[in-house]
Design a binder for this molecule. Structure first.
Ligand code: ADP
Ligand code: TYD
Length: 202
């Protein structure tokens, strides 16, 4: 059996990643691959409850860090690892790069403490490939305002999202081989073509 692969989509809120996840997964399915589409925080019943809390309930930054990793531990145990073991591809809307960017950089917790939990929760597993949608926070905020009501993260100011964006770009520099950086200013169709090309090389 060919091993499954673990693909993640990342970026600041409003950068455009959700627009592309289902069409990207459909490309893989068209090649006969079995695909699990999932998201973080969430992906399990307990994880979705933790998501609800994390996105809506005020809390200390460290609590937030522990909750996203609690949801992730459950997600890995109940869904991600079993799917990969069955040879399925997992396409996940956010994973631990989000934690480095949002809690590590955005909230200022720092990479060391995020890395500590990463080592505890998934010492042996990293995404095989990550698409990072990069966009200026001001443009992302404009797009969000036109599209949806804001959650607890989305009401943060532009400086917060500048830190999150820098956190992501630092991650992409550290693990350059794992990342494809996508300029969020490109049109939807243009980005779709980039993902189409990439989908056959993964
Ligand atoms: P995210 O999942 O990163 O938060 P979304 O995919 O939900 O972002 O996109 C946020 C908003 O921006 C939506 O209204 C979407 O239609 C729009 N959008 C997505 N991609 C683009 C793009 N490349 N150019 C312009 N607008 C876009
Ligand atoms: P997202 O699924 O992108 O929400 P939406 O459907 O509104 O676009 O992300 C949920 C939020 O959770 C997002 O603001 C980032 C945040 N988050 C973290 O802060 N840390 C994490 O580890 C994860 C996975 C998400």
């Amino acid at each position: 059996m060919k091993p499954g692969r673990f693909i993640t989509f990342e970026g600041i809120d409003g950068a455009g990643k959700s627009t592309h996840i289902a069409p990207f997964a459909a490309l893989l399915e068209a090649r006969g691959l079995r695909v699990l589409i999932t998201r973080e925080p969430g992906g399990t019943e307990l994880g979705e409850q933790l998501r609800e809390l994390t996105l809506n309930q005020s809390m200390a930054p460290l609590t937030e860090l522990l909750l996203v990793f609690a949801a992730r531990a459950e997600h890995l145990a109940a869904r991600i690892r079993p799917a990969l073991a069955r040879g399925e591809w997992v396409v996940c809307d956010r994973f631990t790069d989000s934690t480095f960017a949002y809690q590590g950089s955005g909230r200022g917790i720092g990479t060391d403490r995020v890395r500590l939990l990463e080592t505890l929760v998934h010492p042996d597993l990293q995404p095989d490939h990550t698409f990072l949608f990069d966009l200026a926070p001001s443009e992302a905020a404009r797009r969000r305002a036109a599209a949806r009501a804001a959650d607890r993260f989305e009401t943060e100011d532009l400086q917060f999202f500048e830190r999150v964006r820098s956190g992501y770009l630092e991650r992409a520099r550290e693990s350059a081989g794992r990342f494809t950086l996508i300029d969020g200013m490109r049109g939807v169709d243009e980005i779709k073509k980039i993902l189409e090309k990439m989908s056959v090389t993964l």
